[in-house]
Design a protein around this ligand. Structure first.
Ligand code: HDD
Length: 688
């Protein structure tokens, strides 16, 4: 294989430059291992063809290319994954016998994949959408998949409705659009006919649906699960992921522009953070409660459209996940990873939640379709990292075939090396609950309150967050062509909060307000504000992991540049230089600084804050460039902090912002670089 074969080269005058095999380039082969002499020209009769059917090298190359695609996920098609580990903070043996939670400090490998839901694989990252948050733990007792979202509740209560929900959200079937958007008639028609979705809709219309980074999102297991200890004692649990970097979102206008400026914004951000050693990190927490609490709680704990406020059952932090390795190959790992909610381990169990019960069928089923057969567990990213011994065999692409003679149970072969037996003591056991009832298709009355927690979520938000929800609904419903659907949605909002509904109605230009939707249960007005539900009430107070965009021109103040970039480094933050040309700039001390972005390619939406560090002449030149004016005016409109010096004034004036300068504009002549970076910890100047 390593021996160099004589290179035939491109014969004739039109042949392009081509590197033959050498010491540094091993010889190319076909998939069958046959050395290839020419990879650029098909086999022909004469110099101009026709081609020959016997050309096995061409046919193999095209055949494999033709089969490169596998079906994309029917939902969550666009995603980004990374490897890492989960570290257990303390033994949870009192709570669960799950092996992963037995030993303090133990690290378990994980693979996490984050995704949007509705868009296809090529859709932009900043779609207004729920984000998937799926984690595969490779535990010593098998793979445990926690397949959650960045929102703690779901649109529907029963898996039976899932295909309808997804059909309505995806592109409309006759026209094939809109892509990765819920702002269309079908979605809001379905939603407005599905009152159980109202709580989730409130979350989806909040800025949670446009996260700043996959690193700055919470994650939730959504359903109630069970933990069972070695003595068989059971508790209910809900899983929470809390990002160490805090929760942060963009604003809607920024999202719209980001989708154009960098459709890969989220995946690039994750790739860069891991590459720079700024490893994304989350803590895993559980809300633990018993049957007594479940019986006394206002809602059914098996209803996935409800959450349990953290003020009522606090989140106990039990470990952390660190993502420290990007994939080697996107297809092999991120695309082929197969999450299944049915993958749990001894010490955990399901509950009767009808959404979860349906999911347990759907995920396994979909992997067979996507990955082509039952042996997807042989693909390295899906294979458990603990021993596997069973009698499953054969099938498409079987790679880890069992050895030996025995392939059935029961068998009487003694002590055969590859002859496993089930183990009642340590094997997975379902919790022993006694159940009985008639066979029914029925929705429990305990699932009937659709508005109370939607209201609780709304009243728990700050004014700014409430305004963003209102704007989001007006935006989405304004894309709906049918007035009746818009009105029907507003009729539901009336059951959530009258003022909110009226504001949305006004934003939609409704001539008269509709009547409130008929409700199976009246909205409770007594649920208290839950501060944990608001992002802005829980700010991260750090600029770590964030990015400053520095607009630089030739001759800019070298000392200031050095001081600010040093202060950013100390904060654990990054910066990018945006310059008139990607060739870079020369500072006042003749130091050359390379640019990462040219002005047209590096709009301020890519950054958490911006700094205009220019000479007066530079600012005058920039004042003539529309994209440079957008750089500052967008940063201003998106409530970002803007650092500047007096020299930047010609640009600020040209952008029409001279009389809009407020306390979010930080003058670097009077603000020390350290205090500038300290201010950036507020992330946005919301007062604007
Ligand atoms: Fe689902 C994928 C999360 C309800 C059926 N789902 C999928 C992924 C996530 C979720 C994160 C992507 C996994 C990955 O990265 O590969 N899904 C959820 C959550 C739900 C939920 C949090 C509600 C609590 N899902 C749900 C229902 C059904 C499905 C009710 C069907 C009855 N989901 C699927 C699926 C997918 C999927 C069709 C598509 C690709 C895949 O499974 O692997 O089976």
């Amino acid at each position: 294989m390593t021996e160099s074969f004589k290179y035939a080269g491109n014969k004739g005058k039109g042949g392009e430059l081509h590197q033959p095999a050498s010491d540094t380039h091993p010889t190319m082969t076909t998939a069958q291992g046959c050395p290839v002499s020419d990879d650029q020209n098909s086999l022909k009769v004469g110099t101009r063809g026709p081609g020959l059917l016997e050309d096995q090298v061409l046919r193999e190359k095209l055949f494999h290319f033709d089969h490169e695609r596998i079906p994309e996920r029917v939902v969550h098609a666009r995603g980004y994954g990374a490897h890492g580990y989960f570290e257990t903070y303390e033994s949870l043996e009192d709570l669960t016998s799950a092996d992963i939670f037995q030993r303090k400090g133990e690290k378990t490998p994980v693979f996490a994949r984050f995704s949007t839901v509705a868009g296809n694989k090529g859709s932009p990252d900043l779609a207004r959408d729920v984000r998937g948050f799926a984690v595969k733990f490779y535990t010593q007792q098998g793979n445990w998949d926690l397949v959650g979202n960045n929102i703690p509740v779901f649109f529907i209560q029963d898996a039976m409705k899932f295909p309808d929900l997804i059909h309505s959200a995806k592109a409309e079937p006759d026209r094939g659009f809109p892509q990765a958007q819920t702002a269309h008639d079908n979605f809001w028609d379905f939603i407005s006919l599905t009152p159980e979705s109202m709580h989730m809709v409130m979350w989806a219309m909040s800025d949670r649906a446009i996260p700043r980074s996959l690193r700055f999102m919470e994650g939730f297991g959504v359903h109630t699960f069970k933990m069972i200890n070695a003595q068989g004692a059971e508790k209910f649990v809900k899983f929470h992921w809390k990002p160490k970097g805090g929760v942060q979102s963009v604003v809607w206008n920024e999202a719209l522009k980001l989708n154009g400026a960098d459709p890969d914004f989220h995946r690039r951000d994750m790739w860069q953070a891991i590459g720079q050693g700024d490893y994304p990190e989350w803590e895993l927490g559980v809300q633990v409660f018993d049957q007594e609490f479940a019986d006394s709680f206002e809602f059914d704990v098996f209803d996935a459209t409800k959450l349990i406020p953290e003020e009522q059952v606090p989140v106990k932090i039990i470990g952390r996940m660190v993502l420290d390795r990007v994939v080697d190959n996107f297809f092999a790992e991120t695309e082929q990873v197969a999450f299944c909610t049915q993958n749990i381990v001894p010490g955990l169990d399901f509950t009767p939640d009808p959404l979860l019960q349906g999911r347990n069928f759907s995920y396994l089923d979909t992997q067979v379709k996507r990955l082509g057969g039952p042996n997807f567990t042989h693909i390295p990213v899906n294979a458990p990292k603990c021993p596997m011994r069973h009698f499953q065999q054969d099938g498409h692409m079987a790679m880890n075939n069992p050895k030996g003679r025995v392939n059935y149970e029961p068998n009487s072969w003694e002590g055969a090396e590859h002859n496993p037996r089930a183990c009642p003591a340590h094997g997975f056991k379902s919790s022993s609950e006694s159940m009985s009832g008639d066979k029914l298709r029925y929705r429990s009355e305990t699932f009937a309150d659709h508005y109370s927690q939607a209201r609780q979520f709304y009243i728990s938000q700050t004014d700014i967050e409430q305004a963003h929800m209102q704007n989001a609904l007006v935006f989405e419903l304004s894309k709906v062509e049918h007035l009746a659907i818009r009105e029907r949605m507003v009729s539901h909002l009336l059951n959530i909060d009258q003022t909110f509904a009226k504001k949305v109605g006004k934003g939609l230009g409704l001539k008269t307000m509709p009547k409130a939707a008929e409700a199976a249960q009246k909205t409770r007005q007594d649920l208290p504000v839950s501060d944990a539900l608001s992002m802005l009430k829980n700010p991260p107070n750090t600029f770590k992991g964030r990015k400053l965009g520095i607009l630089l021109t030739d001759g800019a103040d070298a000392d200031l540049f050095a001081d600010i970039t040093l202060a950013l480094k100390k904060e654990g933050a990054n910066y990018e230089v945006v310059a008139p040309t990607v060739g870079g700039v020369t500072l006042s001390n003749d130091e050359f600084i390379p640019a990462q972005q040219v002005i047209d390619g590096g709009p301020s939406v890519l950054y958490d804050a911006v700094l205009v560090l220019v000479t007066k002449d530079g600012a005058k030149q920039l004042a003539k460039i529309p994209e440079a004016k957008d750089f500052v005016s967008d940063a201003h409109a998106h409530m970002k902090f803007i650092g500047h010096t007096a020299a930047a004034m010609p640009l600020i004036k040209a952008a029409g912002l001279i009389d809009k300068i407020d306390a979010g504009w930080l003058d670097l002549e009077s603000t020390k670089p350290k205090s500038f970076v300290k201010q950036l910890r507020n992330l946005r100047f919301w007062q604007r």
